[in-house]
Design a protein around this ligand. Structure first.
Ligand SMILES: C[S@@+](CC[C@H](N)C(=O)[O-])C[C@H]1O[C@@H](n2cnc3c(N)ncnc32)[C@H](O)[C@@H]1O
Length: 237
């Protein structure tokens, strides 16, 4: 039994042991080869009432108590009423996508790791969620390409990039798609500030900012930001 910081406790049950093989001499921790030594090829976890299957090469937040708060904040900032098309870019195993899907018309998730997208599809299925689509690829390639070919539309775009933030080509296409709301989830204040500057210079305004302490006793902070269209605010007023 392990006690969480919020006083709740969880029973830990080992379901798998796997070995990762990395022969590259770089600063990347995990190699692409994973050997299951015992048990299943994945672990499972719940955030709120959503169940997730997570395979070894897929990203998963490390602090389950704070992750629930972070996703609830992203959901609140998305302001969904049930009729929206939402993009969840850098979606990992579909964690935020599935949180949002329950309150949206449709969610499109994009993620670069193939195994994570396979998990996302399974996760939609095991939670009985049918209004999601998951695509493998770099967000900065998939979204501009789909925008050119299919004239994609979205009411809300959520981005949760790694520390390097979003490529300018993606931000540029997001501005062209012109969602009413952008929810930016970031683990790096420096690249967050850079990307917010771009969005603010291109028609958006920062409406709300909420830091979430995902990495207790460290100097790191996760941040959830709501941006809205400048015109929209003026029209609403
Ligand atoms: C901070 S994680 C967020 C994942 C997910 N939203 C979550 O909360 O579990 C960033 C994710 O972006 C993925 N990623 C990295 N570069 C990418 C890119 N260029 N396009 C799409 N996904 C990318 C990583 O594999 C990782 O799953």
């Amino acid at each position: 039994m392990v006690k969480n910081l919020d006083g709740t406790s969880v029973e830990l049950k080992m379901t798998s042991i796997s070995l990762n093989v990395n022969k590259e001499k770089t600063n990347v921790i995990l190699g692409s080869k994973v050997i299951t030594i015992w048990g299943q090829d994945y672990i499972t976890d719940y955030i709120g009432d959503v169940k997730y299957q997570i395979s070894p090469l897929s990203f998963y937040q490390v602090n389950p108590v704070q992750t629930k708060k972070l996703y609830e904040k992203a959901l609140e900032y998305a302001g969904l009423t049930g009729g929206e098309t939402v993009f969840d870019l850098y979606c990992g195993i579909g964690t935020i996508s599935l949180f949002l899907a329950k309150k949206a018309k449709k969610v499109l998730g994009v993620e670069i790791v193939k195994e994570a997208i396979e998990d996302a599809k399974v996760n939609a299925k095991i939670n009985g969620i049918t209004n999601t689509e998951f695509v493998v690829g770099a967000a900065e390639d998939v979204i501009p390409e789909k925008y050119e070919k299919e004239k994609l539309e979205a009411n809300v775009i959520v981005v949760d990039p790694p520390r390097k933030g979003c490529e300018e080509s993606l931000l540029d296409t997001m501005v062209k798609i012109a969602p009413k709301r952008i929810v930016y989830v970031s683990c790096d204040p420096g690249t967050l500030a850079r990307d917010l500057k771009y969005l603010v210079e291109n028609g958006y305004q920062v409406e709300k900012v909420c830091p979430v302490d995902m990495f207790g006793h460290t100097g790191h902070v996760e941040t959830c930001v709501l941006l809205t269209q400048k015109m929209q605010k003026n029209n609403d007023a």
